[in-house]
Design a protein. Sequence first.
Length: 300
Amino acid sequence: MKHLLKMSDLNAQEIIDILNLADQLKYQKKNNILHNHLQGKTLGMIFQKASTRTRISFEVAMYDLGGYALFLSSNDLQISRGEPIQDTARVLSRYLDGIMIRTFAQKEVEDLAKYGTIPVINGLTDYEHPCQVMADLMTIREFKGSFKNLKVAYIGDGNNMANSLIIGCLKLGMSISVATPKKYEPASDVLEWAKDFKEFLLTDSPVEAAKNADVLITDVWASMGQEKEAEIRKNNFKGFQVNKELLANANKDAIVLHCLPAHRGEEITEEVFEENANVIFTEAENRMHAQKAILVTLLK
Ligand code: CP
Ligand code: NVA
């Protein structure tokens, strides 16, 4: 494994190895045990979209690992004035040990990896959010003990989170049911890959997806870049809210995850959010531990 561009870059064993390392690094952080595996290494972080968690968790992760993280707003890079990604990739490869990029098109991330010579990590594109899903998987195992016989239900938009979750959950042998309104389904290539798994279900019925679920996951109805569609989407996603009534279909001890930021009153109610706040904020914390494991795996 040279890059983390999408969940399909990882096989089941690689996912488990990263999660095991993440658990170990979390233990070390909590117990003030030095874990400076990336002494002297530098990570460049390119952001074409806003971020709270990704930026801060990667920055602190590099600091804890003994390395250094550079925040690179794309507005300030020559990319914004048309310098091609091919050239940017080759220049950055001469200075840095790794690149994390958050952008719109998956192709940009793939091109950085293709033309550069250093590891590239996808910090979210319109297509995938693999770092978030690695943290989600870590959180599921932390709260449920193992992945055995678990059913995950994803309710909402068939977006980057849905795409990455489908691949991550199926690779680890979990069941995943995805409920989206018609025309908001996950990416067609992800559905094509998933269709042969008996553990996979795509439906437009949130109740069907939530039935006997151990983990419910949702995300915003309008992702970054879709702000203009927000009102239309609010209308089209009616009935896809994670609320008490929907949760009644899941297993009694079901947990609810949300990658954040959350829109209370839209994809999730205040009540369900607050009842699951410990899980949700552990999930946010686990971004840092999971990303440390990804960084060590790719950069060491
Ligand atoms: N979940 C997530 O990626 O958060 P940010 O957009 O704040 O980085
Ligand atoms: N689907 C959301 C995730 C935010 C972390 C978005 O792309 O905006």
